[in-house]
Design a protein around this ligand. Structure first.
Ligand code: NOJ
Length: 752
């Protein structure tokens, strides 16, 4: 099968009794087509569009053929399914689409959804890593690559980007977002939406994006996934909402609600969120999909007494599509007949879903994404490898580099490479990689081989006790010390030791919260033992969340944060270690000193007692500093940058211009992320001590200077007050422009 051509489809569609996409004289707009189709639909068929099932069908038929799958198959033929998720591969998508198009009464094509989070087969870094690049172009390109590969496998809808702000490293899903800052999070979310959706959604290599999880999912109490969320108005409007609003303004086609309750109401059943804010205030024209089973989970939350009431609450609240709760397909038509849900609301939801199907071009050719030759040609394409290598390099953050231990000399002799993760070809692919193939990452071992033949490898104790398959929880090796001695011996006889330590790729992600955010298993002990025999250590970290590593920070001379960098992981790391790429990444989440500081974030409020005096009675811990180990925006380079000539010009009460000079004062070329922070000193609602309000990534040759200009407008100067109104207030502002959230030049200005 290559693909069925559009002509054949037009015929099939005409035979099926409906063809709103073709010969639509008179009312040729998408809205017109949607209305004509809607007018032909029965109530059950309308509800069917609002129903989404998990995949259950393969090229040979329903799999398994009995029970649940058989029912779902019957529903397909009745037109009771609007979308399916997790159907993988062009052939399988084709087969399932064919059933709906040929055998259901109206033949309305399905949308195929999948979690394409950081790539399909060729993987980019996990989103938290990628965010550390602060490179919007590279991030957009990475989403573009993901879309090209995913659409080649039949998909036309990704459940990404996750734009939840996250402040708590214990939460496993911090790996899927852009970190703790709403301004940066919004920019990155928009870049990802653009990358997935492109300029023309009807092209066969673009797909609908989904901003998730609306809202507050990243604020789970104590970092435990799915846990309760209770936040005030200021945080909701100023921190949680902005990336969603930005995604909506950028034209994101869908939004996913979330598992959590927010201030006492499950997000899935929250009218305020979905109808008032999203579809009301922001004018969102796309549709809202529930999270997996989240309609049904409202029963366990204690909000709905049964599944029927859950369907009623969710539909009335504005949740347009039910993912795998079976609530709408079972009860929604009945609820409409009973007058508990109005048919107008159902029509509104169906319009939104059909609109997207038209925009995707599915009515012109429902098989446009099903071309097995294209699939073969594009997966793991050479251009994609180059693209993910580029963003992987840019995602690496240099945390420490005492005495310029890095970069390694190209002729460096006698290197020891130590750590189970160093040779791992699966873990660097990271979490959330539903379609990728194990063992496809370039390992650090392989990356170094391209540079040197004078290194030896010792694995050290293994990290996990069993081979890991996707979704199988990990068991960490806490006791088996075999490999420890060999690693220490190797370190002893080497000149320099590169240690690759951290979290296995599946230790972060959904359902993977931790109370210890240290090096799991025997790795800390390995690090300390190696340090006893050789202090020339370069520590390469692989992790899906900020880790608390105060000992390493105190003792290890060079530390490189390498996240889970995806398919080209080892090559990216080797290029940084050998200085072929000068690291330019900056953290987008604060790294705590101790897990007890979580949630920790730079843009916090001031207490009434921030000062060290009086000695005891100020806001602090008795046994740890308040400061993070590595702050937001922090990251070193192999060169140095100097900031000077800060100018602040208040042009009007709605416009402030800020200028600064940045000079590369070191020996090598490099990139710097110039960051601008504001603090509104006294306002009707207390403002954070600092907020990022501008950044620019610049490239400078040695001795080169550039003037960077920021223009602050209403948008950056204002905030949402306790009524959710956006206001710009007169008064004094502190300003800082610099290299991280804690280091820069300070200025002030006043708005009259
Ligand atoms: C649950 C996750 O919370 C959501 O992000 C994901 O898109 C769905 N499952 C579908 O896999």
């Amino acid at each position: 099968m290559k693909r069925l051509n559009s002509l054949a489809f037009a015929l099939l569609f005409a035979l099926a009794g409906c063809n709103p996409g073709a010969n639509d004289k008179g009312n040729d707009t998408i809205e017109g087509k949607v209305e004509r189709l809607l007018a032909q639909m029965t109530l059950e068929e309308k509800v069917g569009q609002m129903n989404q099932y998990n995949g259950f069908y393969d090229a040979t038929g329903p799999a398994p053929s009995e029970g649940d799958a058989k029912n779902k198959y019957e529903h397909l033929k009745k037109g009771w399914v609007g979308s399916v998720l997790n159907v993988k591969g062009a052939q399988e998508v084709f087969e399932m689409q064919r059933v709906v198009v040929e055998e259901s009464r109206l033949g309305i094509p399905l949308i195929f959804g999948l979690d394409v989070i950081h790539g399909q087969k060729t993987l980019a870094p996990i989103p938290l890593g990628e965010a550390a690049s602060w490179d919007l172009e590279a991030i957009e390109k990475s989403a573009r690559i993901a879309a090209i590969e995913a659409t080649a496998t039949g998909q036309n809808w990704t459940f990404a980007p996750m734009v939840d702000i996250s402040r708590d490293a214990r939460w496993g899903r911090v790996m899927e977002g852009a970190g703790e800052d709403p301004y940066l999070g919004a920019k990155i979310g928009v870049a990802r939406v653009k990358g997935f959706q492109g300029d023309d959604l009807s092209a066969n290599n673009t797909m609908a994006a989904c901003a998730k999880h609306f809202a507050g999912y990243g604020f789970a109490e104590a970092g435990r996934d799915y846990n309760t969320v209770d936040v005030g108005t200021s945080t909701l409007y100023n921190v949680i909402f902005p990336p969603f609003e930005a995604a909506v303004s950028a034209g994101v086609k869908t939004v996913m609600n979330s598992f959590n309750i927010l201030n006492g109401i499950p997000a899935t059943g929250d009218r305020f969120l979905q109808r008032e804010i999203l579809k009301g205030k922001w004018g969102f024209q796309g549709f809202v999909v529930s999270d997996w089973g989240s309609v049904g989970e409202m029963i366990k939350h204690g909000y709905a007494k049964d599944l029927k009431e859950a369907a009623e609450l969710a539909a009335n609240a504005g949740s347009d599509m039910d993912m795998e709760s079976y609530a709408y397909v079972k009860y929604l038509a009945e609820l409409v007949r009973e007058g508990k849900v109005s048919e107008e609301l159902v029509d509104d939801a169906v319009r939104r879903i059909l609109r997207l199907k038209f925009e995707l071009g599915l009515f012109d050719d429902p098989y446009r994404y099903c071309n097995t030759e294209r699939e073969k040609e594009l997966l793991y394409h050479e251009d994609h490898m180059k693209g993910v290598l580029d963003v992987a390099k840019k995602s690496i953050v240099l945390l420490k580099n005492e005495n310029n231990l890095l970069p390694l000399a190209k002729n460096q002799k006698n290197i020891a490479l130590i750590g189970a993760l160093a040779s791992d070809k699966t873990s660097p692919l990271g979490s959330w990689r539903v379609s990728s193939d194990d063992n496809t990452a370039v390992s650090v071992l392989e990356g170094l081989e391209a540079y040197s033949n004078d290194f030896k490898y010792a694995k050290g104790p293994k990290l996990v006790t069993s081979e890991v398959a996707f979704h199988i929880p990990l068991t960490f090796n806490m006791t088996d010390r075999s490999g420890m001695k060999e690693a220490i011996e190797l370190a002893k006889r080497s000149d320099i030791v590169v240690m690759v330590l951290g979290e296995h790729g599946l230790l972060s992600g959904e359902g993977r919260s931790r109370v210890n955010i240290d090096l799991p298993g025997l790795q800390q002990e390995l690090l300390e033992e190696v340090y006893k025999v050789n202090r020339n250590i370069v520590l390469v970290l692989m992790n899906g969340r900020p880790l608390a590593l105060p000992w390493a920070d105190q003792h290890i001379p060079a530390i490189v944060e390498a996240w889970h960098l995806g398919t080209q992981s080892g090559n990216a790391i080797a290029q940084v270690l050998y200085g072929d790429y000068n690291p330019s990444g900056k953290l987008t989440m604060s790294f705590p000193r101790h897990v007890g500081q979580c949630p920790i974030y730079y843009n916090h409020y001031s207490t009434g007692r921030p000062d060290v005096k009086p000695e005891v009675f100020w806001s602090h811990y008795s046994d740890e500093s308040n400061d993070p180990l590595y702050p937001f925006g922090y990251g070193l380079s192999y060169t140095t940058f100097e900031y000077d000539a800060l100018q602040v010009n208040v042009k009007s009460n709605e416009m402030v211009e800020v200028l600064v000079n940045v000079t590369n004062t070191g020996q090598v070329e490099g990139e710097e992320v110039v960051q601008l922070y504001l603090h509104d000193k006294a306002a009707s609602v207390v403002r954070p001590v600092k907020e990022l309000k501008g950044f620019e990534k610049i490239f400078l040759k040695p001795a080169e200077s550039k003037q960077v200009k920021f223009t602050l407008t209403n948008k950056e100067l204002g905030f949402f007050n306790h009524k959710g109104e956006f206001v710009v207030e007169p008064g004094m502002f502190d300003l800082m422009v610099g290299t991280s959230s804690v280091e820069g030049l300070n200025g002030q200005f006043e708005l009259k």
